[in-house]
Design a protein around this ligand. Structure first.
Ligand code: TYD
Length: 215
C-alpha cells in the first residue's frame, strides 16, 4: 500500500513522519514498511544528487526545468525504491509525491495543473497513492514557523514569495476537495502531540484493515 504526506513548507509533516516511524515499527512489527521522501529518496544517491541541485539556493531554473528535475528524481525513486517495495506488498510511506508537483510547479509556478498531472501520469505510469495525508496549515502560521526554523537559511524553494505559497496552499485544498476518497485532511495548527494523535487515528484504521486482509 502506498501512502503519501503533503503540505506547505513548515506544516510539520516531517516531524510527524519521524514520530510515526517509531510508532508503526513497534506497533505493526508484522507488517513491512518503507519510509522515504521526495525529492530524493531514502538511500538513493542519484535522486539525492538531483535533490541537492533543486534545493541549492545558488541555482536558477525556469519553472519547466524545475518540474522536469522533480520528475526525473521521482522516476528514479519509483524504479529503485517504490515499485519494488509495492511488488513485495510493503507499506510505502512517502514524504511528498505527485501532489507536491501539482501544487508547487502546476499552480505555484504557473505551469498549469493539468499539464503537470499529465506529465506525472506519464512518468509514474499512473502510480497513485491509496491515501494522502494533507497537513492543513494556514499560510500565516506556516510563514511564522518557517521564519523561526530557517533564520535566513531558506533553501531555493523556501525562498519563493508569500503569494506563491498561498497559491500552493489553495491548490492543495482544491485537490483534496476533488479527491476526498484519497485525501485525509489533518489540522496542522495544533500542538505536535495533537497532530500526531489525529494522524495515528487514521493510520490505525487503515492498517487494521490491511492486517485483517492478511488473516
Ligand atoms: P524539503 O526540504 O524536503 O521540504 P519539506 O520538509 O517541506 O518537504 O524540500 C522539498 C521542497 O521541494 C519543498 O519546498 C517542496 C518542493 N517540491 C516541489 O516543489 N515539487 C515536488 O514535486 C516536490 C516533491 C517537492
Amino acid at each position: 500500500m502506498f501512502i503519501t504526506f503533503e503540505g506547505v513548507d513548515g506544516s510539520g509533516k516531517s516531524t510527524i513522519i519521524q514520530k510515526l516511524k517509531i510508532y508503526l515499527l513497534e506497533k505493526y512489527s508484522n507488517l513491512n514498511f518503507i519510509f522515504t521522501r521526495e525529492p530524493g529518496g531514502d538511500n538513493l544517491k542519484e535522486a539525492e544528487k538531483i535533490r541537492e541541485l533543486i534545493l541549492d539556493k545558488d541555482n536558477n531554473f525556469d519553472p519547466m526545468t524545475e518540474a522536469i528535475l522533480f520528475l526525473a528524481s521521482r522516476r528514479l525513486h519509483l524504479e529503485q525504491i517504490i515499485w519494488p517495495a509495492l511488488k513485495e506488498n510493503k507499506i510505502v510511506i512517502c514524504d511528498r509525491y505527485i501532489d507536491s508537483s501539482v501544487a508547487y510547479q502546476g499552480a505555484g509556478k504557473g505551469i498549469g495543473v493539468k499539464k503537470i498531472k499529465d506529465l506525472n501520469d506519464l512518468i509514474t505510469e499512473n502510480t497513485q497513492p491509496k491515501y494522502t495525508f494533507l497537513f492543513d496549515l494556514p499560510m500565516k502560521e506556516a510563514e511564522k514557523r518557517l521564519f523561526s526554523f530557517n533564520k535566513g537559511n531558506a533553501d531555493r524553494m523556501e525562498k519563493n514569495n508569500q503569494a506563491f505559497f498561498e497559491t500552493v496552499y489553495e491548490c492543495y485544498k482544491d485537490l483534496a476537495a476533488k479527491e476526498n476518497d484519497r485525501f485525509i485532511i489533518i489540522n496542522a495548527s495544533q500542538e505536535v502531540e495533537d497532530v500526531f494523535q489525529e494522524v495515528k487515528i487514521h493510520i490505525d484504521m487503515i492498517l487494521s484493515k490491511v492486517e485483517n486482509e492478511k488473516k
